[in-house]
Design a protein around this ligand. Sequence first.
Ligand SMILES: [Zn+2]
Ligand SMILES: [Zn+2]
Length: 203
Amino acid sequence: MKVKTLSVGTIQANCYIVYDENTKETIVIDPGDESDLILKVIAHENLDIKYILLTHGHYDHIDAVDDIRAVTKASVMIHVDDHEMLTDTKKNMGSRSIKPADVLLRNGDIINFGAYQLQVIYTPGHTKGSCCYYELNEKICFSGDTLFKGTVGRTDLYGGDYSAILESVRKRLSIVDDDTVVYPGHGPETTMAYERKVNPYVR
Ligand SMILES: [Zn+2]
Ligand SMILES: [Zn+2]
């Protein structure tokens, strides 16, 4: 499984292009801005975009969704509890609303592409429908704005809930193995073991 990281937009959200090098089947996670750049990488690697997967509904993770969807015809997926944010600029805090998603996710759903499977882990707190996506065999987890290196996401915005995010990173993410690489919505990657040892919100 290959992971390409692009930091996009004014507040540098991480967009991840995740693919099977054999089949070229690909998932784009959180295309928050700079659709031209994302589409250039997709074209250059000759990737087949199956899904556009969203960790939550804030503008810095969704703003390029409709541009990418129009070109690739990929299905857009978000947790059912954040779906309302796509079409509502008061809730997503952006300047544009996105068309409704094609697939609504729930905890435990499995997303297949190429030889890989991402498991949906529902992790509310940063928003009502924040999710992490976990590839058990590859030991990779995309954590959105729920878990960052050394900290967690803010909970003072629409749908935020401090006790919920603590429960998410301590209990809901407890199924994630220590030696898993965590790719967050902003900033550098980390590991689950490092967070359990160092992150005051997790340990
Ligand atoms: Zn956010
Ligand atoms: Zn963000």
